[in-house]
Design a protein around this ligand. Structure first.
Ligand SMILES: [Zn+2]
Length: 476
């Protein structure tokens, strides 16, 4: 009996080998229009060959020779774009449990997100994203490529700022995240250590430092456009406050100085703040500091506060964890609490962030497509949020090509700066085979990126049916 079963098992495996993938190990995606992102162009009627996790050949349909036994995917005239990166997310150790209706790892893939960068894991340990990355690279787990920061330097006094940076570095993380409540002393120590180790740094602008000092000490990247809001507020940066009291203090100062009840008036704002605005943009531009956009946050805050029933009925929101909706119904959700009684502040700040986005883009600052999803605490649906972010970028003056650029070419550029292989983000020979097949030309209409026909992540193909299975909600 045991031998009999073994024979069946062997023949099943062989059968899968022959039908699923070929002995040449090569896959061809045929009959596609290529959006390579190497320039603003569409190359019509192409074939792309993939071997292992790499793109090995690109050529005109008809004149590209397919190796014998090659696995062929018919693109049926769809557009092939590089996989997208969400450059600011948070992993959580419960993603793969019942806490989430569907694992965000699957949601990312189903939305064409083939790279994520973790800005601080939430869970019992901080090293689980490294284990997941290992599993994904061994193909025992389906998910996007993960870059990760490990434990963030959160507040001062830090136990041992230098030690923490060293630990994250030696554990194999890709960068150090620094948060709002770090003192100038700890910040300097962390930055000096990071520079010694050639370890990339990204984060908030600590309240006690402000933008100028943060850039002076060499923070490599700013984690949100939102961080720049605080530059317009006058407050005492030398104040000694516990972490939790900083934000209420700064907000109270903002409310004292400006009347936000009548909303955001760009002309008035510019009349009052244009020197500050140009100073901010100039500093970021001249220091060549990339900035994560994460405007999905502001967009989501405004929607949940002012269009709550629409927000709750949003199709992608059924993928949020149950605990999120419990908190929401009870009015205990993060932003419901933060903006209670000061709802207009949310509107004001989102308008300001969109103005900052337009200015940063106009100045040619490196923007990074990112949505701050994954915590399950803010109502931002992993994967889906990338399409919101792209829409917001295009609504604020980026062309569809420029918007895609922030989540492909710019993402790869920054990964290379972090010391990784920035070998993704364009469709070119030798690049990692991270590809998204979409219906319609995304360079004409960014919304086309939502019409996903299939996704390839590091050479592994997921067709539409497979993606639907992976993201199917279990019936209650
Ligand atoms: Zn974040």
């Amino acid at each position: 009996m045991r031998i009999y079963l073994k024979v069946i098992w062997i023949s099943l495996s062989l059968g899968m080998l022959i039908t699923g993938c070929s002995d040449s190990g090569t896959t061809a995606i045929e009959n596609i229009h290529l959006v390579p992102m190497t320039s603003e162009t569409v190359i019509r009627n192409q074939t792309v060959l993939i071997k292992g996790d790499r793109i090995v050949e690109i050529g005109a349909a008809g004149s590209t020779r397919l190796p014998g036994g090659c696995n062929v995917i018919d693109g049926q005239g769809a557009y092939l774009v590089p996989g997208l990166a969400d450059m600011h997310i948070h992993t959580r150790d419960d993603w793969r449990t019942e806490a989430w209706p569907v694992s965000p790892l699957a949601l990312f893939l189903a939305n064409g997100v083939t790279t994520i960068r973790d800005f601080g894991p939430k869970g019992k340990t901080t090293t689980f994203p490294l284990r997941w990355r290992e599993e994904i690279s061994r193909r025992t787990l389906d998910g996007p490529w993960i870059y990760a920061s490990g434990e963030k330097l959160y507040a001062s006094p830090a136990d041992d700022a230098a030690g923490q940076v060293r630990r994250n570095h030696s554990q194999g993380f890709d960068f150090q995240k620094i948060y709002s409540y770090v003192s100038p002393g700890d910040f300097k120590t962390a930055m000096t250590t990071a520079k010694e180790l050639k370890f990339y740094t990204a984060g908030h602008i600590p309240f006690q430092l402000g933008l100028a000092k943060t850039l002076f000490y060499g923070l490599d990247e700013i984690a949100h456009i939102e961080e720049l809001d605080f530059e317009f507020i006058t407050f005492d940066r030398k104040k000694q406050l516990p972490a939790k009291q900083w934000l209420p203090y700064v907000v109270s100062q903002a409310m004292r100085h400006y009347d936000m009840r009548s909303g955001f008036n760009e002309t008035e704002f510019r009349a009052r703040f244009s020197p500050t605005l140009s100073d901010i943009i100039q500093r970021i531009k001249t220091s060549d500091t990339p900035v994560c956009t994460t405007l999905s946050v502001g967009d989501t805050i405004v929607k949940k506060l002012f269009q709550a029933s629409w927000f709750r009925a949003r199709p992608e929101n059924k993928y949020m964890p149950k605990t999120y909706w419990q908190a929401f119904k009870q009015g205990r959700e993060k932003h419901q609490q933060q903006f209670r009684g000061v709802e207009n502040l949310a509107l004001f700040k989102y308008e300001l962030e969109k103005l900052l986005l337009r200015e940063l883009h106009h100045a040619g600052v490196t923007l990074l497509l990112s949505t701050d999803c994954g915590t399950g605490r803010m109502g931002i649906a992993p994967g889906f949020s990338i399409h919101d972010e792209l829409r917001i970028l295009v609504e604020n003056g980026l062309s569809p090509y420029e918007a895609l650029y922030t989540g492909t070419v710019n993402a790869a550029h920054v990964v290379a700066k972090m010391g990784g292989r920035g070998d993704f983000g364009t469709i070119a020979i030798g690049k990692r085979a991270d590809l998204v097949l979409v219906q319609g030309n995304p360079l004409e209409n960014i919304g086309a990126v939502r019409n996903i026909q299939g996704v390839m992540a590091a050479g592994k193909w997921y067709d539409k049916l497979r993606l639907a299975e992976m993201t199917a909600l279990k019936r209650k």
